[in-house]
Write a protein that binds this ligand. Structure first.
Ligand SMILES: [Zn+2]
Length: 451
């Protein structure tokens, strides 16, 4: 009898262990099954360590950017298109972690929890992107041999038309380029730069939303201003300026004083409302954070922070969404890249979720938009941007040492047939009105008309 109960106990223990193991397996399968199935040793998906079983990737017009034929993965035959879309499409070795080949590996290979990587077509799922391959080439050529990024999206629909980052590479003849040069970094999603004067738009927004009768606030600039016993310099001698003339003249002294009037708490709150100090995502891909940290700053540093210096940093994608928020009357239609994912039997799913983020009041958006329009007509020269009804702001990002500063140009078009918000950053290019504005003008003029 004793012997029987011992056996029964042993069987129960073994059965319990089996059930626990099974539970653990299915739990792990649900959590990391995609990683197991898409691991490079899966010969069903990979050949010689390279991804082969994956669907076609096309641009918005159906131009095929990457595809598989007879067990080999190919990219577009034109090297200019390959290089211009390299950071968007990604490579086969996973160096560009934010590229489609890495970030959407499950979608591309057709992985799901029930069937694993098996699907009827045997070729994975096709993905149609929102980008325009020809426009990407124009942007890549405009950047030339400079490092930087051009991001353009339709602020009415959310479609990203252009996401180009330089220096770039050819995914078809990739030979393990030196990562330290930042070749594999998509600067739009993963870049981080001092903003310089483009941050004045955040300070201006905070003033519009927090100060009563904001037009009555006037500050004096005498080639700068003394704050807390220290000198904060300005590039001009602007005299008495209000918010609007301060933005057109990009007056440091006035914006530093606006920041001090607002205080750390209110300015931080506005910055966070438009995306600072948080991880934003684009189709699930995490972007580098934009940072605005002033709690412990003294007055002079806080003054500098209000004009985009001190320790402010900006991620280009975050600023693109801010531009979309102003252009969209206070609400940003969130930018997205993947239009749809389809198998041989039809559309599997769309990624575009039509997400909308409220960033500011309608009135504040309208005033900011008019002020940025005035920047162009009164200062930058509307003739340089014919047909765009451009609203914009330049920024020059001082980078601490003696290097030539980075150059920003951000904004959007109000022309109904070009509802595009944009951000251009060019590293070590000097003042924003030079190189960066010329690149923006060239690419926006080449952008397809929207109807
Ligand atoms: Zn000034």
């Amino acid at each position: 009898m004793k012997r029987i109960s011992f056996h029964s106990l042993a069987v129960i223990v073994v059965a319990l262990l089996f059930c626990a193991g099974l539970g653990l397996f299915y739990g792990r399968l649900a959590l990391v099954g995609d990683a197991w199935a898409t691991y490079p040793t899966n010969r069903h998906l990979y050949k010689d360590g390279h991804l082969v079983k994956a669907g076609e990737i096309t641009d918005r017009d159906g131009t095929v950017l990457a595809y598989t034929r007879k067990g080999t993965r190919y990219f577009h035959e034109d090297i200019r298109i390959r290089q211009a879309t390299a950071h968007t499409v990604g490579d086969l070795d996973g160096f560009v972690s934010t590229g489609v080949h890495s970030a959407f590996l499950n979608e591309l290979t057709g992985y799901d929890l029930i069937n694993g990587t098996y699907n009827m077509s045997g070729e994975g799922h096709d993905m149609r992107l929102t980008v325009d391959a020809d426009l990407s080439v124009t942007a890549c050529q405009a950047l030339g041999n400079r490092a930087g990024t051009v991001g353009i999206y339709n602020y009415k629909t959310g479609e990203i038309l252009c996401m180009v980052s330089t220096p770039t590479f050819d995914p078809a003849s990739e030979t393990g380029l030196a990562e330290e040069k930042g070749v594999y970094v998509n600067r739009l999603l993963s870049g981080s730069y001092a903003p310089g004067s483009i941050f004045k738009l955040v300070t201006a927004l905070s003033a519009l939303e927090n100060l009563d009768d904001v037009a009555s606030h006037r500050y004096t600039c005498a080639r700068g201003v003394t704050i807390g016993g220290e000198w904060l310099s300005c590039l001009g001698n602007h005299g008495k300026v209000d918010l609007e003339s301060a933005l057109v003249k990009s007056c440091n002294a006035a914006f530093a004083q606006f920041a001090l009037t607002l205080g750390r708490s209110r300015l931080t709150k506005t910055a966070e409302k438009v995306g600072f100090n948080q991880t934003l995502t684009m189709d699930g891909i995490a972007c580098t954070q934009s940072c605005y940290q002033v709690e412990k700053s003294n007055d002079i540093d806080f003054g500098w922070s209000g004009i985009g210096q001190h320790n402010d940093t900006v991620n280009p994608f975050q600023f693109l969404t801010f531009m979309g928020g102003i252009a969209g009357g206070g609400t940003c239609v969130w930018p997205y890249l993947v239009e749809d994912i389809s198998s041989f039997s039809g559309t599997v799913k769309t990624m575009s979720n039509g997400k909308r983020v409220s960033m500011m009041s309608k009135d504040a958006a309208a005033t900011l938009s008019d002020m940025m329009r005035k920047d162009v007509t009164d200062h930058y020269g509307d003739g340089n941007f014919a047909g765009l009804e451009l609203c914009a702001k330049t920024g020059t990002a001082e980078i601490g040492d003696q290097s030539t500063p980075h150059s920003w140009f951000v904004g959007f078009c109000r022309a109904p047939d070009k509802p595009y918000a944009f951000v251009v950053v060019v590293e070590n290019a000097g003042a924003g009105l030079g190189v960066a504005s010329h690149i923006a003008a060239r690419v926006l003029k080449a952008a397809p008309k929207w109807s």
